[in-house]
Every structure is written in C-alpha cells, then in structure tokens.
Ligand binder design. Sequence first.
Ligand SMILES: C[S@@+](CC[C@H](N)C(=O)[O-])C[C@H]1O[C@@H](n2cnc3c(N)ncnc32)[C@H](O)[C@@H]1O
Length: 319
Amino acid sequence: MNKLGQLAYLGQWYVRALLGRRAPLQSVIFILDKCNLRCRHCSVYELEHPRVKTFQAIREELEDCYRAGSRFVDFEGGELYLWKDRKEGSDAFYTIDDVLDLAHEIGFFSATITTNAQLPFNGSHADTVFVSMDGVGKWHDDIRGEGTFARLEKHIHAFHREKPLCVNMVVNNRNMSGVDETLEYVLHNPDIDHIAFNFHTPFRETESLYLDPEERNNLIDRLMDYKRRGYPIMNTTDGLKAMKVQNGKVLCTDKYCWVTNFIFSDGSRSPKCMGFTHGVCDRCGFTMGGEMYSLFHLSPETILAGLQLRKSNDKKVKR
Ligand SMILES: C[S@@+](CC[C@H](N)C(=O)[O-])C[C@H]1O[C@@H](n2cnc3c(N)ncnc32)[C@H](O)[C@@H]1O
C-alpha cells in the first residue's frame, strides 16, 4: 500500500476508534524468551526452559494480527539476534530479517525490533531499530552487566544509521542520575537518531527499582525542558506529561492500551500489555501508555508524530 493509502487507513482507524471501535493498530510479538543478558530490571527472559517460536508459528500470529486490523509490528524477546529456525529440507536458517520481510510481505506498514545490541545488527531489515541503552558506560553496565556498553557502542557504530536508530532508556532508581549524561551522549553521537524514555515498571521481583513518583514527575519536567531545547527525545511532550504520577497512579491509566495487542513467547495472547496481566498498570512506565493517552486526547503533537508512521528518516538536529 502506498503512503497515501496508509494515511487513509490511519485516518479511518482513528475516526472509528474515536467512535468507540476497538481494533488494534499495533502488535507486539515476542518470538522467544531466550536471552544473552540477565538485566536487573527485566523479568522476561527464561533461563531453564526458553521458548523459541517457529517461523510458521510467527507467520500465523502475524496474519492473525493483520486480519484484526493491526498495521505496525514490533518484535520482542528475549534477544532477537539469538532467534533462528531451520528451513525445511535445508541446512539454512530463517533469521530475524526473514521475519521482518514476512511482516512487510503480509502488508504491515512498519516492522521494528528491539535489541540489546550485544550482537551485530548491520543490514537489519527493520524500519526502525530500537536499542536498549540504560545509561552511558557504567550506568548501563550496572543494569546489564560488565562490558555490555562497550559492545553496544561498537555495534551501533558499525550500523552507521542504515535505518533510523533509537535508543530506549528505562529509568529506575539506580540509573536516574545518569539521565543528563545520557542525553548529552545521544545528542553528540552521530550514530543515534533519537532516545525514547520509559520508566521502570515494577514486575514481580523487580519492585525495588521503582522510581519514587515525585522524582519521576520532576524528571519528566526536566525531559520536557530538554525536548524544548532540541534534544532528540522521541516521546512527545504530551505523552511525557501523561506519564506523570498523581496520588500513586499514572495519569495515562490503561484505558487506551488496547491500541496494541500482545502475543507472548508461549503463544498466549492479550489485548493489552503484560503490565495489565501483572496488575501493575497504576505504576506503568511504558512510553506507549502516555502516547496513546495523548493521541486520544487529540494532542496535535502526538497525532503528527503518529503520522510519521515510525518510518521517518529525519536526522536529529545537531547543535
Ligand atoms: C524485554 S527487553 C527484550 C529485548 C532485548 N533483549 C533488549 O534488551 O532490548 C525489551 C525492552 O523492555 C525493557 N524492559 C525490561 N524490563 C522492564 C521493566 N521492568 N520496565 C520497563 N521496561 C522494561 C528493556 O529495557 C527493553 O528495552
């Protein structure tokens, strides 16, 4: 579908959604829960019995999501660069790039990945690559393990922004003091387009990392100020505002989270993210919660950002 057709589809979806029709526009598909890192804040990886989906299973899930109306897909893990599936009657393997090609063939407008960048990702077939970066140097290594930042930096550099590259920082009470340094690093690093901010969501056994609500709100004010000054923050200002916490609850609530449907590594499905399943929506830190809230509060800024279809090749403004 050409760009005009995509815009028409989005317009139609939005009007219908405002009228009360709930069809997902975006899907998050976890294709494995095997990982090469053991991050402090994460509870997604599975050590003993990791699940790895077949190419055929992923095809069926993608087709189901597309039929339900979804047109954007983000693949998640575990670590996507560990995923492979043997091609029938051959010694060759499908890789994450074959999965991305499949999503495009099916008709998704955009297919993105999130990686920890411990393995090279040159030549990725994704429309945007999200790299998880929880600070610079020691800040990142404290969350993700010794040497992980050096490998990330090396692989980001080797990628040379072949496609838009956004780093994804999850702020918690261990790395919060590293946010300013991270913003300077991103601003001056020619290999990175944007940074997206999430806050720690306290899944089971990671509760101790939850950021104090007052500190979180103050940080959000500072991030909005950085954004005004031209720092390449991907979150919209309205989306950030909606991630503030009032009386122990995030403002954005989970009211609009049905926009994204989820299929987990075990094949189970949910019309909302795992935060909903785990009962932590009141303390949600995921960017998408804030962005969806402002989209349905008719924020022109968020609508415009959405219209860029996550395919924008705009380079960040250098200062
Ligand atoms: C589960 S990881 C899997 C992808 C890949 N292995 C990686 O590290 O990027 C996907 C994203 O979720 C984030 N994440 C993990 N635990 C989180 C939590 N408790 N709250 C918010 N984000 C979290 C990670 O930092 C990462 O950006």
